[in-house]
Design a protein. Structure first.
Length: 97
């Protein structure tokens, strides 16, 4: 038997998979979008961009932008009942309409 993988993307075969119509180059507008402090954002990981990728457990969660860190945004969200801060680039975030 082989050992189980324990990397940051282990167990994400379907979670970090793009739909057939979304495959190909990522839209440049995703990396140029800006968020204001206090704005709500959804963590939706783009698997083709490895830089600034948050942990897989935060995929699909909604939080509030509390600040910036370099090119990234700090999003505060709840993991269970614990408040956590996630640092992610704008490519991995979507605005809540």
């Amino acid at each position: 038997m082989t050992k189980m993988s324990k990397g940051p993307r282990a167990g994400t075969r379907f979670k970090l998979q793009r739909k057939p119509r979304d495959r190909g180059l990522t839209k440049i507008t995703l990396s140029l979008q800006t968020f204001e402090k206090g704005e709500r954002a959804v963590v939706k990981i783009d698997p083709s961009i490895h830089k600034g990728m948050p942990n897989k457990r935060f995929h699909g969660l909604t939080g509030i932008v509390v600040g910036t860190q370099g090119d990234c945004y700090i999003v505060q969200l709840k993991d269970g009942n614990k408040p956590k801060k996630v640092v992610a680039r704008p490519e991995h975030l979507r605005k809540v309409v």
